[in-house]
Design a protein around this ligand. Sequence first.
Ligand code: 5GP
Ligand code: SF4
Ligand code: MG
Length: 452
Amino acid sequence: CGVAGVFGCKEAANLVYLSLYSLQHRGQEGAGIAVSDRDKIRYEKGQGLVADIFSADKIDALEGDMAIGHNRYSTAGESHIRNIQPFCVEINAGPVAIAHNGNIVNADEVKRQLVKNGAIFNSSSDSEVIVHLIAKSGIDNLIESIIASLRKLQGAYSLLLMTKDMLIGVRDPLGVRPLILGKLVNGYILVSETVALDLIGAEFIREIEPGEMVIISDKGIESLHPFDKKTPKPCIFEHIYFARPDSMIFGENVYDVRKRMGRMLAIQQPAEADIVVPVPDSGIIATMGYSEQSGIPLEMGLIRNHYVGRTFIEPSQSIRHFGVKIKLNPVKSVIKGKKVIVVDDSIVRGTTSRKIVKMLREAGAREIHFRVCSPPTKFPCFYGIDTPTRKELIASSHNVEEIRKFITADTLGYLDINCLEECAGGGEFCKACFNGDYPMMSLDGGGDNPKS
Ligand code: 5GP
Ligand code: SF4
Ligand code: MG
């Protein structure tokens, strides 16, 4: 998901709208904006793309100098308007709106307990437990109540909360998802990625730190560190795939990271070929690195139809298969008679890759060397990326040679797991979808994918 929040700007709803527009890649299922005029909180939500949900009239009606917004990408909870955020509720402390990127791993247990005690849930989203915990905390001070509630939760959260007169941003102690602070002329902005700052001309201040809570009000910014300190584990997959390459997250430019990964892939998984072709868009930057390192010319041998959404974000299986075909088309004059290295960011189910290989063969490729700019994806993500269940992940039950056979490539090579941190600028990262080393588990033991 993507989140954006603005404080202290007359056109708050409009700026959040534009931010969500630039964060559209983080979720395409639905979006919402809630605004505070310092008296009431009003909101507008809908299913689909940001540009289709909000009209100029709707944005104009969202008057106020504070707003938060959310792009939904379902990981937990089904695709339904009720699950679209921000969630806006009235609690003892007044109206509150909340927008959450991530996934709460112990949401089910906490929810069971809350329901037992009479809570009535409106959505099937894991994020709603946060609201209920705050509402039922019995603590008068809202900030303390939020802190006490979050201490009961495990999981990934880059969270925005808005009251009548405060904008609060929190990042979970492991800092799994990004959250960025920027300066507007008369106010502040919190966004998932720096692209949103670029679009609206906000100035980058810094990233919210793992475990940090910032409270933005007319008094300025206050920063708290209310949780036990842990070694941060930001999500490496943000760099590999999820974030936009023109963003800076976790202290590094996504573009630079992808390029370094591509260079490393060329060193680790060389192949003799005439051209190297990216799978657009997600494989492009890595392929540039591969090409530079290997000296093999890059050709845009696959063209993507940009009017089709990211297929994997669409929740229905039937649409996904359809999506691959209408999304990519080979340039026959480029491919014909060539030995081709094709580079993608990841193989998840293997079905897209198999179709790409088939397309390239039909376009006349002489050899196809498939290169993947990440390690084999063997485990599902519990922290807010929509990977399928274990059994659907081809690498959970097949070795590299078996996957090569399945996708019918001549050779197949993956990036080594041990070079990821170095490519991403150092430090520790969550790599659980590659090595199963989950930095946090629900008390239930995690089970399988939250979606299943
Ligand atoms: P596959 O070959 O596994 O069917 O599809 C691989 C493609 O899915 C890659 O191009 C990659 O960009 C995209 N992809 C990346 N991350 C994810 C994810 O988390 N889930 C799914 N389903 N697809 C993803
Ligand atoms: Fe990111 Fe993978 Fe960890 Fe999920 S499991 S947070 S996708 S690195
Ligand atoms: Mg892709």
